[in-house]
Design a protein around this ligand. Sequence first.
Ligand code: SF4
Ligand code: ZN
Length: 393
Amino acid sequence: MTWCNLSFNFQVNLIMAIQVVSKATLGSCWSNIRLFSAYRLQFVQAESSAMPVLCSHCEEKRAILKRPKTGHSLCKECFFWAFEEEVHQTIISACLFNPGETVGIGASGGKDSTVLAHVLKVLNERYEYGLKLLLLSVDEGITGYRDDSLETVKRNQQQYELPLKIVSYEELYGWTMDAIVKQVGLKNNCTFCGVFRRQALDRGAMMLKVDKICTGHNADDVAETVLMNVLRGDIARLCRCTAISTSSEGEGMIPRCKPLKYAYEKEIVLYAYFKKLDYFSTECVYSPNAYRGHARAFLKDLEAVRPSAIMDVIHSGENLSVREDVRMPVQGTCSRCGYISSQALCKSCVLLEGLNRGLPRLGIGKHHRLHGKILAQESLTQEEQRKLKTADF
Ligand code: SF4
Ligand code: ZN
């Protein structure tokens, strides 16, 4: 992998995360770093004036980075140890796993899930968790993105010697994301993709008969989700989104957990980089309009003036309590597919019905009153169809 192959966000994260102590650390990519804007300039200037600093933990080796989370200057080995120990503490204190369990790791080939797979394998051996680890990937059918990232997952399978299962949207829903984008455009595509992925991961996990699914969501992801739910006024999701484990979400559902919940994205980038992990860092070709991007930009601004902003937002979300008289959705099951849903039909079935009927807006916005008609396979009126046909391209 070369510096130029890394996505811009990844480059910025890496540059922001590393406090240069050793120029040699970055080797051949050094001249390319000079090409990047303000952060890069600070980076280069800092490098030229920096004196060698000893690791504040072992006090023997030269420090190569300053931890974004604690500000400690550490050598590579002490950073690896500190990062892995924090994930171990997260797992132990939240009792995420039990000995003998089969755990499916949601693997996209990106930095988060690659670091998660690597660290879980290390900790499983170091602390004898007694887990059977598997990789579980979802192929959304995005040409030029997922096909390439799945090649990375296949290499990870060999490198970590873990079994791999890939489930595809095409086989589960009869639609690829490429085909969906052709029908719905680039405004709501991530709604389809996110809803289908969540269910696809569950379906894959059921095929593999895993006891738990763990995902690579990191502290930045959780803080962004808290902000998004506040901005949308989605109280039900706001209450759930900081949970490290979703075991209480519904009967028959496979519990999910987030062992990297307290790991900063910047540190995951550093860990992946210095461990030389094989991961994929190109952004999805259909990503530009995701609402999450605004929450992410806002959080980055907050973090620039208050480095603890990510943990502060998570802490606020964790300690939030909702008045007893606030009405919350009641979780039931979808009448068509049996998946968890607070409506007669789950979101996935409604979105799929919309695609199959050529009515892409069916699952966007609130059209719950039409669920009865859909379940009964009734035709919609011409006026109903007219409103649901238009897609924002
Ligand atoms: Fe799917 Fe949107 Fe993510 Fe692309 S950016 S993988 S379309 S959710
Ligand atoms: Zn359903």
